[in-house]
Design a protein around this ligand. Structure first.
Ligand code: ADP
Ligand code: ADP
Ligand code: ZN
Length: 216
């Protein structure tokens, strides 16, 4: 059983590595960012509340986010294991998560932190763009579509840049997250769950380090 948290600042490569983990280990990928973006697109009550925070690069309140995760962890696809991507972001959320997983009998088995310097993150995030149809992530510098203007995954032609990836928001978003990241890593270090990985390698090299954690 793999019940995993992927820690890492925005742009560290959590989504990229999650995709590979899902393929290999059939885990449920739980990305709070993706869930909020979906809720915003559908204009649900949670989506409308979240939008005002997200567009400025601020965090959505803990209660709103934890409730979303608690509901998601009750779905049957998490029974073979799950990846939490983007949650918890604060030690308060980490404590909320501990209660939730205990209650559901789905306690954590591993925490992996993907570590990348701020300058590199700004570079990556400013160059990230998304397929509007399927949500696939690309990067102008590091991972363009194979055919210019066509999504590799769904063949769509409509791309956009996230509001919160725009340069004026990215710095604030990184600062908001950086302040909380170190205490969060400490929290899981103390519990003996944490492995830190150098996220400034190529995606394949990062993947090799991630996979090593489970093939021991
Ligand atoms: P990234 O992929 O760049 O790490 P996410 O897609 O995870 O960013 O998150 C986008 C935004 O959604 C965050 O900036 C924040 O406003 C909101 N969000 C996502 N997860 C959380 C969380 N655990 N707590 C509070 N807000 C969150
Ligand atoms: P996160 O989910 O942590 O916000 P993503 O997986 O979306 O991060 O990656 C952020 C951006 O950086 C994407 O455009 C992605 O294609 C690119 N990227 C991911 N991993 C790497 C890497 N190891 N080296 C260079 N670019 C990367
Ligand atoms: Zn697509």
């Amino acid at each position: 059983m793999i019940n995993l948290i992927l820690l890492g600042l925005p742009g560290a490569g959590k989504g990229t590595q999650s995709e590979r983990l899902v393929d290999k280990y059939h885990l449920a990928h739980i990305s709070t960012g993706d869930m909020f973006r979906e809720a915003m697109a559908k204009k649900t009550p949670v989506g409308l509340e979240a939008k005002s925070y997200i567009d400025k690069g601020n965090l959505v309140p803990d209660e709103v986010t934890a409730k979303l995760v608690e509901e998601r962890l009750q779905k049957p696809d998490t029974e073979q294991g799950y990846i939490l991507d983007g949650f918890p972001r604060t030690t308060v959320q980490a404590e909320m998560l501990e209660k939730i997983t205990k209650k559901l009998g789905k306690e954590l088995t591993n925490v992996i932190s993907i570590d990348v310097q701020e300058d590199e993150l700004v570079k990556r995030l400013s160059a990230r763009y998304m397929c509007r149809t399927c949500g696939a992530t690309y990067n102008k510098l590091f991972k363009p579509t194979k055919v210019e203007g066509t999504c590799d995954r769904c063949g769509g032609h409509d791309f956009y840049q996230r509001e919160d990836d725009k340069p004026e928001v990215v710095r604030n978003r990184l600062q908001v997250n950086e302040k909380m990241n170190a205490p969060l890593k400490d929290f899981y270090q103390k519990k003996g769950l944490l492995t830190s990985i150098d996220g400034e390698q190529t995606p394949d090299e990062v993947w090799a380090d991630v996979d090593k954690v489970f093939s021991k």
